[in-house]
Design a protein around this ligand. Structure first.
Ligand SMILES: Nc1ncnc2c1ncn2[C@@H]1O[C@H](COP(=O)(O)OP(=O)(O)OP(=O)(O)O)[C@@H](O)[C@H]1O
Ligand SMILES: [Mg+2]
Length: 261
């Protein structure tokens, strides 16, 4: 029985400051789990622990019950992909090429030569191209395949970044504040997209969503973990979380202030 990603009693300190304190959570296969909490609650730190950017002082991670010591450059091999705050796309590559880089670890050397303008006859390269186009199509942005990312609206670039992460065919996708900088309609579109990820026929994946935006989290998550001052103060389905007074106190009060900023 696959258990997905689990964090067991994770603790992170920065000098005298406790950023995460005894945090345990699970992202089961094909579920969308959200991590929310007010500014400074520890969300990004948690994300960085899972990506391997921050090593916890206490606790452990497991993937399907086996010890996991994440390293940023080894994530895709473990079946984990991520997007970062901001899109991080390569300005010198087209949208399609950007998405192809997400799958480059599955290809042989030919792909790199192809990007450098050498003959693009390699079978790998054609396979990657077709796969990348399929993903762009799934995300409704295939029309932009040959565009330079810098010429596109932010919402489209966000989708390109998501497409690139999906090109690695992860079974767990980590999203850090994907709604940042998006307007209402774009957030609704993103919500629909994220909700579908565990349910698709090809390459379904679990999602861990670190997000300030309450509406998105409520709309897409099967399970929500609420952090406050580095501690888990609530875990449960969106309806439970919405009605939890501790969450309202800790999160919603602070969110009203910070959403204005
Ligand atoms: N590299 C670091 N060095 C020192 N303190 C840090 C570092 N990274 C984070 N912190 C502190 O750890 C706490 C948790 O920060 P973190 O960025 O994880 O919160 P967050 O929930 O992502 O907040 P936000 O909603 O503002 O993005 C904060 O008090 C922050 O100032
Ligand atoms: Mg953060």
């Amino acid at each position: 029985m696959e258990r997905g990603l689990e964090l067991h009693h994770i603790g992170v300190r920065f000098g005298g400051l406790t950023a995460l304190d005894d945090v345990s959570l699970q992202v089961p296969p094909n579920q969308v789990v959200g991590v929310i909490g007010p500014n400074g609650a520890g969300k990004t730190t948690l994300f960085n622990v899972i990506c391997g950017f921050v090593a916890p002082q206490t606790g452990a991670l497991t993937l399907d019950g086996r010890p996991l010591r994440p390293r940023p450059h080894q994530l895709t091999r473990l079946g984990i992909a991520r997007t970062l705050q901001g899109t991080g796309l390569f300005a010198g590559l087209t949208v399609l090429e950007n998405v192809m880089t997400g799958a480059a670890h599955t290809a042989h050397a030919g792909f790199v030569s192809a990007l450098l303008g050498l003959p693009a006859s390699d079978r790998d390269e054609r396979r990657l191209r077709r796969q990348a186009l399929d993903i762009l199509d799934d995300l409704g942005i295939a029309d932009h395949a040959e565009a330079a990312p810098t010429t596109l609206p932010f919402a489209v670039r966000q989708r390109v970044a998501l497409a690139r992460a999906l090109a690695a065919r992860p079974r767990l996708l980590l999203l850090d504040e994907p709604a940042g900088g998006l307007g209402g309609d774009d957030i609704a579109g993103l919500a629909e997209l994220v909700r579908q990820l565990p349910r698709r026929d090809t390459d379904p994946c679990a999602v861990l969503l670190v997000e300030h935006h309450m509406d998105l989290v409520m709309a897409v998550c099967d399970d929500i973990v609420v952090l406050d001052f580095g501690r888990v103060i609530a875990t449960g389905a969106p309806d439970t979380i919405r009605d939890d007074p501790a969450v309202t106190d800790a999160y919603l009060g602070a969110a009203v202030d910070s959403d204005v900023a």
